[in-house]
Design a protein around this ligand. Structure first.
Ligand code: OAD
Length: 251
């Protein structure tokens, strides 16, 4: 359990986190859509956050899937297309470089379904909301690699084994994030929680900072604006991920 407070203070944008970490420290990083914004991928909320006039809650639910699987597959097909052409940005690369130093004392838990952390070279990445480039049969359930784009009822994929519908391997609203036990185990042994580019409005991820506070873990937020849970952080470093992370994680 982390009980060591490192000395990061409000607005201390020149801080070098890597200099503050000792051999006993463990860094837990939570990322959200904001870290991929500068790679050209739209965030969920805010001005770029609508898709064809739909809020994400209207297409990313089991109810939406039951009512209109073509609409749901069109949403994820277009996101696959966007993500395929996007490249990791300096914030993704800064995290990957930090992991080379910290090794398994660093863990990235991302709410993002894109693969930009992995393409930047990060190894310990947990996709708590699933992965854009995987699908699974609603019956068999095992995820498999899939970059297909399914835009019409005629082209919707079905399982090769049981002919049941295939859905995106995404955690929708009302579903349980993947492997929460592993996430909480990592959080409990962390000493620093670094949260980047998430609005702090979707739970359970938005509650990680409260767990960290209970455990005495130092908490830092990086993003251009205060998230909904801003009051729970020890320090807010206001700026975009690309503006802040390369300096924060320089070593
Ligand atoms: P949101 O779209 O809710 O929030 C994006 C956050 O990124 C906002 O707080 C922005 O201020 C911030 N931001 C924007 N540009 C940034 C930049 N260049 N650098 C850093 N931060 C920036 O996205 P999430 O919080 O990730 O879930 O959304 C959480 C979950 O809600 C998603 O994983 C998804 C969504 O519905 C599911 O699909 C289950």
């Amino acid at each position: 359990m982390g009980e060591r407070q490192i000395g990061i203070h409000e607005g201390d944008n020149a801080i070098k986190l890597m200099d503050l970490l000792g051999p006993q420290d463990r860094l837990f990083v939570l990322t959200g859509a904001g870290i991929s914004a500068e790679s050209g991928l739209a965030t969920y909320r805010g001005s770029g956050g609508l898709w064809n006039g739909f809020r994400v809650e209207e297409v990313a639910t089991p109810e939406a899937w039951a009512a209109d699987p073509v609409l749901v597959w069109r949403f994820y097909s277009m996101r696959r297309e966007d993500a395929q052409t996007a490249e990791p940005n300096p914030a993704h690369f800064a995290l990957a470089a930090a992991e080379k130093v910290l090794g398994d004392r660093m863990y990235i838990c991302t709410q993002n379904v894109d693969d930009l952390h992995k393409r930047a070279g990060s190894k310990h990445v947990h996709h708590m909301h699933g992965m854009l480039f995987e699908s699974r049969c609603v019956q068999c359930g095992t995820p498999f690699a899939d970059d297909g784009q399914y835009m019409t009822a005629e082209t919707l994929p079905v399982c090769a084994s049981c002919a049941e519908p295939v859905r995106p391997h995404i955690v929708w609203f009302g579903e349980v994030p993947l492997d929460l036990d592993a996430i909480y185990a990592e959080l409990q042994r962390a000493t620093v929680l670094l949260v980047v580019g998430t609005s702090g409005s979707v739970y359970p991820a938005a509650g990680f900072v409260n767990i960290a506070n209970q455990l005495g873990i130092s908490t830092v937020y990086v993003g251009p604006e205060a998230p909904a849970n801003a009051g729970s952080f020890d320090a807010m470093l206001l700026g975009t991920a690309v503006e802040v992370l390369p300096g924060l994680l320089a070593f």
